[in-house]
Design a binder for this molecule. Structure first.
Ligand code: NAI
Ligand code: MG
Length: 347
């Protein structure tokens, strides 16, 4: 048996942190089957060179040759660029990676002290406003811009199933449904009702009876996240809210450079740090590689390589706890490569 991992560094610090994850995986040696890496192209830089942000070849190789993949980050412009469309949004769709799973954990100073933040954001990954159906017309009030927000029963149910499954396996077994049904009673109303009905599905067979369910409007959820993060265990949200909540949660644990994710579907998984391409620090070799290494760990665990995943997580936790070799986002003075070396030593 062998393991083929697609690597899509894409833009900015993606090119600095994905090689770090590759080195960490290689250090696992015989804890993994024979591992091969395939470097794949995508991103805004690639678009500027070729007119395409996601070559067909990248998608084909991922689909037919790879067991899993790691994605860095893409520098999507804030203005409309004709012909450009975000490759990560496209990949999530193409590969039907419908669940974006983002654990956010603060590392306590000692192993027996309880972390104050220990939650998982489960973000729906295929619809909501990210279907990108926008139109611009001109009316009596000047330009009028509209966006369509799609929430389906199917997508809400399958993300709900993932969220309940994750919650049922955690010690606290607690799920918070995030929505804004007080205003968007049709779209968010459907999401809320569908997720809440998951435990009643016949195939669930009572498995989630011990999961407690709470719900929270998205705005007050962010408020409570900052005031009493310990009340949250698993948070399930439509695409846009999940995006925002996970960056907010990242602030609570010290840096976006620590928070990993996987994009998971029924037959493929892609690890991806939650952060973007960070143009403000790109090219300076000071990007924090830990989110990327933790994303590799999540990806490996999803595939059942628990031992390798544990070794990566333990190594990252040790480096953070010791606090000697950290990048500037965590108050340190070390370079990306020095942090990678520290992690490799622990592995
Ligand atoms: P960002 O996540 O790139 O950066 C936000 C802030 O966090 C910056 O100050 C950055 O320096 C810092 N930061 C992020 N990751 C870090 C790391 N590993 N180590 C140290 N500091 C880190 O978000 P921003 O600036 O809003 O977006 C920049 C670009 O990234 C945009 O073009 C955006 O479209 C893209 N983006 C791409 C994503 C993806 O590919 N999945 C996700 C989010 C943004
Ligand atoms: Mg984001």
């Amino acid at each position: 048996k062998s393991l083929t991992i697609g690597l899509i560094p894409a833009d900015g610090i993606g090119r600095e942190v994905i090689p770090a994850a590759k080195q960490a995986i290689l250090a696992l040696g015989s804890d993994l089957p024979k591992t091969e890496f395939v470097e794949l192209l995508a991103g805004f830089e690639y678009f500027k060179r070729t007119g395409s942000a996601l070559p067909e070849e990248t998608v084909e190789i991922l689909k037919y040759d790879c067991d899993c993949a790691l994605f860095g980050a893409v520098s999507s412009p804030s203005k409309k660029v004709v012909g450009y469309s975000s490759p990560i949004v496209a990949l999530r769709k193409e590969l039907d990676l419908y669940a974006n799973i983002r654990p956010v954990i603060s590392v306590a100073p000692t192993s027996d002290e309880k972390p104050s933040v220990d939650l998982v954001v489960v973000r729906e990954n295929t619809e909501c406003l990210y279907i990108k159906q926008e139109e611009l017309t001109v009316g009596p009030n000047g330009k009028e811009a509209r966006a369509t927000r799609l929430i389906t029963e199917r997508a809400s149910r399958r993300i709900g199933q993932i969220a309940f499954e994750i919650a049922s396996k955690r010690p606290r077994k607690h799920l918070t449904v995030i929505h804004k049904s007080n205003v968007l009673s049709v779209t968010d109303g459907l999401f809320r009702e569908t997720v809440r009905a998951v435990p009643l599905l016949p195939e669930v067979n009572g498995r989630y009876n011990d999961v407690t369910v709470m719900e929270q409007l998205v705005d007050s959820a962010v408020y409570r996240l900052f005031r009493e993060p310990q009340i949250f265990d698993v948070m399930v949200a439509p695409n846009l809210y999940g995006d925002i909540i996970s960056d907010a949660a990242a602030a609570l644990v010290g840096s976006l450079g620590l928070v990993p994710s996987i994009n998971a579907g029924d037959d493929f998984v892609m690890g991806e740090p939650v952060h973007g391409s960070a143009p403000d620090i790109a090219g300076q070799s000071i990007a924090n590689p830990l989110a990327s290494i933790r994303s590799a760990a999540l990806m490996l665990r999803h595939l059942g390589y628990n031992k390798g995943a544990d070794r990566l997580d333990v190594a990252v936790d040790q480096v953070i706890r010791e606090g000697q070799v950290l990048t500037p986002d965590l108050g340190g003075r070390s370079k990306t490569e020095e942090v990678v070396e520290a992690v490799l030593k622990k592995i």
